[in-house]
Design a protein around this ligand. Structure first.
Ligand code: PSV
Length: 418
């Protein structure tokens, strides 16, 4: 098998060099190798149902607790060398009762991650568990709002002290029927709650935070209205946090066929800081693994063009995380597949001959520009250069195969059964 892989890698690289030139291929190998992405703790975990949301077929061996999540995340990072951080939800992973987060538990989980060679990444306060039926920060109940403000302050502290400095906010706030609530009340309360959170967060914590990301979602769980439905609303709310405010783009939160790269391009051009939750929206949400499709390459093309991936100034870079949770599949292969898809996509974007494209654009050669764009972003097979990027790190050229050959899946299925 590995001899065959070597042949595929080497012949594939020859083909790519002949098509795009040595320099472009080297750049693409470097970008594919250097690209890192945060993995979501919840993907490894058995506690949360998702994937065609409520599907529970298959996918044995899910982690039962944070120690096992750390083991799985550590393994994924050892196989890929590209997933050093793990995204966390306070009320899922740092709480006994799902209502209050505890710093003691956060410290313990951070140590569990460290023991496996990974660390805490972005932190989400978790606004969608018990008691948020009428919303979180937009609830009519003062105590509920208060509880979630406290929760957000705590999440900020954890993100600043134990995580990567990114606070990630997604609100399940919305309504099921017209008239259920005044929509203006909901958005005003939510904005007020965020302002109060920010005012009350100690300056030392605020200073250590890199960014506060506001995520939007067109639908769900509210079936009639969603309080933060689009990037514009998220942008307005992010202003509360000044230079630290950012918009989080989650691919699964748009209608099918939305031109998400147009949204991303607009945010970058307006110098709005950003973050990404990668997934595919086949489930009309964030449940499925990333697809290395044309759109994913186009997104990376905008990100590279905007210099928000490998910018030497880290604050200029967007933050990149996977957000997937499908119960119907084996968890670790699903993550490995996503990492591979992202690397293939950034590789395609890196192959683009931007000078040639510019010349075609200047000459208003619409079809010529489109053909040139598609040559790298749609038609190229970047698998061989992704393999090469792994080989250069001393890793197996295909982490998914290394995983399948390791016997780990069988081991966790037996060990964690029941
Ligand atoms: C909401 O659907 C979401 O996309 C948010 O990012 C949450 O943090 C994540 O999924 C997990 O439910």
């Amino acid at each position: 098998m590995s001899e065959n892989l070597d042949a595929v890698r080497l012949k594939g690289l020859d083909y790519l060099k002949a098509s795009f030139g040595e320099e472009a291929v080297e750049r693409a190998i470097r970008y594919a190798g250097d690209f890192t992405v945060e993995v979501p703790a919840w993907q490894f975990w058995q506690g949360f149902g998702g994937g065609g949301r409520f599907d529970s077929r298959g996918g044995g061996g899910a982690a039962r607790n944070t120690v096992e999540i750390a083991e799985d995340a550590g393994l994924v990072h050892r196989l890929t060398g590209s997933t050093p951080q793990v995204g966390m939800h306070v009320l899922w992973f740092f709480s006994e009762d799902g209502l209050t987060g505890e710093t003691k538990i956060a410290h313990r989980v951070a140590a569990e991650m460290k023991a496996q060679g990974v660390s805490l990444g972005s932190v989400s306060p978790t606004y969608f568990l018990a008691g948020s039926g009428d919303g979180s920060l937009s609830s009519q109940d003062k105590n509920t709002r208060q509880r979630y403000i406290e929760q957000t302050i705590l999440a900020a502290w954890i993100a600043a002290e134990l995580g990567n400095g990114s606070l990630s906010l997604w609100f399940p706030d919305g309504t099921n029927y017209p008239g259920q609530r005044y929509l203006q009340d909901k958005i005003s309360l939510l904005a007020k709650g965020l302002s109060t959170f920010w005012e009350r967060t100690p300056q030392a914590v605020r200073a250590k935070l890199d960014r506060v990301m506001v995520e939007y979602k067109l639908f769900e769980p509210g079936t009639y209205s969603t309080t933060v439905p689009d990037w514009g609303t998220a942008r307005e709310l992010a202003r509360i946090f000044g230079n630290q405010g950012a918009v989080l783009v989650d691919l699964g939160h748009h209608p099918h066929d939305t031109n998400v790269e147009q949204i991303v391009a607009g945010l970058i051009a307006s110098r709005v800081r950003g973050g990404f939750h990668f997934n595919s929206r086949y489930a009309a949400d964030d449940d499925h693994s990333v697809q290395a499709d044309y759109q994913m390459s186009r997104l990376f093309s905008e990100l590279l063009k905007g210099n928000v991936v490998f910018n030497p100034d880290p604050s200029a870079n967007w933050s990149f995380a996977l957000d997937q949770m499908a119960r119907s599949e084996e968890r670790i292969p699903s993550i490995l597949k996503s990492v591979d898809a992202l690397k293939r996509s950034i590789g395609r974007a890196a192959l683009l001959d931007s000078e040639k494209l510019r010349a075609l654009q200047s000459g208003q050669d619409l079809i010529g520009a489109n053909v040139e764009f598609e040559r790298s972003l749609l038609h190229s097979d970047t698998g061989p250069l992704v393999m090469e990027s792994y080989c250069r790190k001393g890793l197996h050229p295909v982490p998914l195969i290394a995983y399948q050959e390791s016997g780990y899946q069988k081991q966790i299925e037996e060990l964690r059964a029941g």
